[in-house]
Design a protein. Structure first.
Lengths: 441, 77
């Protein structure tokens, strides 16, 4: 069994693991990142995206049998679900994590989000305030390269400007903003992560634009800690090493992490500090299957520390319509704006807060356009130039909004996620059992 | 290739007489860039599908002009 010893070992190479690794390595710590999934090369991802029949955010990426995950179009492929609604949020297991399919949306929470219980009597309060977290938001935005308009009031006070200027409104946004003029709603540019490489090569626009259009997979942090690292020593990292067990010593402190590789070999990593940054689902899964959530109580009875209790999503309602004029979607980043004001208000005592995201992708989600439009028009008998005109007329007027609601923590209610089969052999990855995707509404 | 196709009895029979369903299938394949292979829908081309030509924009994932070009109407419109 391979054995590695460092100052800090981090489970997961996504946005959290990447940022933690970057900061610690800069301070001189020896850092090891253990990633369960494979390393993905960009040209392979692009080829797989092009050949995918159903183009969902996970389409460009492998679903490794040794590090399986869910997929937007198959919400039952990994999770066993028994709640009234399906939990449809997904994540990636690969080097760089979900940054590869992240839209780049980098909205901060608002101060009230941290004191829901004390301000509105719902959910639970956070153990820290917005003001305490604000400098860390600013740090993360700098590391990620977030583009935004500091003048746009998003009800989250800022200590400084965004690192990058805002991403331009799409033509869709401009027409929607014009239509909203005179109403109580304002369309605002969404703070978004913009790849630094995009900024650097922006003058040669031909190279920059496709990278940015491919935002459904472009936002990956990998290069930040795999190459071009500013200070020595750079964090070391692995792929296809699946952490399967957190060992806990007699002193109730973590004594090491055990991991497996697809070829069956095993390893163990020890460190002074352990960071589990494996996404909301996989982190809870690892804690539960390691039984670190169980301990003997004072009288010898088994006490359970609850994990997976507060799994939260952003339940989404899609609305779509045909605009009265061409607004030309299917171009630019998938979304560049939203209506943010419903995130804040005294009514949160009674209703969930929400935001409305403007989409730049027509009815693609979930209408399978433009292909479904093609089929309908061909069925109607349209051919040649008439077909071209009708297809352009319909596609250019497709407008869609995604309304995303807050989901509160459950407090004393039953856990939302648990292991499918708690006693199962640890070599086979147990899927999560999800219940009650409940919305406070 | 055409000779080979015509030598296949089923194709030859299809081509010998007007077949509305087959014609729709071909045109749909041209525009969507997808086709049925033994009952399973597959992508033949993403970038070459005629739907993008109809819209006058490149297929998503391809260069669509300078940074921020999405703020304007498509250049061809």
């Amino acid at each position: 069994m391979q054995s590695q010893s460092v100052d800090v070992v981090i489970v997961g190479s996504g946005v959290c693991g990447g940022l933690v690794a970057a900061r610690l390595a800069s301070a001189g710590a020896r850092v090891l990142i253990l990633e369960a999934g494979p390393r993905v090369k960009r040209p392979e991802a692009l080829a797989q995206y092009r050949s995918a029949l159903i183009k969902v955010p996970e389409s460009p990426y492998p679903n490794a049998p040794y590090a399986p995950r869910s997929s937007s179009d198959q919400p039952d492929s990994y999770y066993l679900q028994n709640g009234p609604d399906k939990f449809q949020s997904t994540y990636l297991r690969q080097v760089g994590g979900t940054t590869w399919h992240w839209l780049g949306t980098a909205l901060r929470f608002v101060p009230d989000d941290f004191r829901l219980r004390s301000a509105f009597g719902v959910g639970v309060d956070w153990p820290l305030t917005y003001d305490e977290l604000e400098p860390w938001y600013a740090d993360a935005e700098r590391e990620l390269g977030v583009a935004g308009d500091a003048k746009a009031a998003l009800d989250a006070p800022r200590s400084g400007p965004y690192p990058l200027p805002p991403i331009p409104f799409s033509y869709v946004d401009q027409r929607v903003a014009a239509a909203l003029a005179g109403t109580e709603y304002t369309l605002q540019p969404t703070p978004q992560r913009a790849t630094r490489s995009r900024i650097r090569i922006a003058p040669s626009a031909a190279a920059a634009a496709p990278v940015f259009r491919f935002v459904r997979s472009a936002q990956n942090t990998t290069p930040r800690y795999t190459s071009g690292w500013r200070s020595a020593p750079a964090p070391s990292w692995s792929s296809s090493e699946i952490v399967s067990q957190i060992d806990v010593g007699a002193d109730a402190r973590v004594s090491g992490l055990r991991y497996k590789r697809p070829d069956g070999s095993e390893g163990r990593a020890t460190a002074k500090v352990y960071v589990i940054a494996a996404h909301g689902i996989e982190t809870a899964k690892l804690l539960l299957q390691s039984r670190t959530t169980e301990r003997a109580g004072r009288r010898g009875e088994l006490e359970r520390i609850r994990s997976g209790r507060n799994l939260m999503d952003h339940p989404t309602i899609l609305s779509w319509a045909l605009a009265g004029e061409p607004i030309w979607p299917y171009r630019g980043p998938l979304s560049t704006s939203g209506i943010e004001s419903p995130r804040v208000g005294k009514w949160r005592r009674e209703y969930a807060s929400f935001r409305i995201q403007t989409d730049n992708r027509g009815w693609e989600w979930p209408g399978d356009t433009p292909d479904s439009t093609v089929r309908a028009l061909v069925e109607q008998g349209l051919r040649g130039a008439a077909l071209d005109r009708a297809l352009a007329d319909h596609s250019s007027r497709e407008i869609a909004f995604a309304t995303m609601a807050e989901q509160t923590a459950v407090g004393g209610e039953p856990d939302r996620a648990r292991l499918r089969s708690p006693g199962r052999d640890r070599s086979s990855p147990p899927a999560h059992h999800l219940r009650d995707r409940r919305v406070h509404a | 290739m055409l000779k080979a196709l015509l030598a296949t009895p089923s194709t030859a029979a299809k081509l010998a007489q007007p077949d509305a369903a087959f014609e729709r299938e071909i045109i749909t394949a041209w525009y969507t860039g997808t086709h049925d292979v033994r009952g399973e829908r597959q992508v033949a081309t993403h970038t070459g599908a005629l739907k993008w030509r109809s819209l006058g924009i490149p297929a998503p994932g391809q260069c669509a002009g300078r940074f921020g070009a999405w703020s304007q109407r498509p250049a061809t419109r």
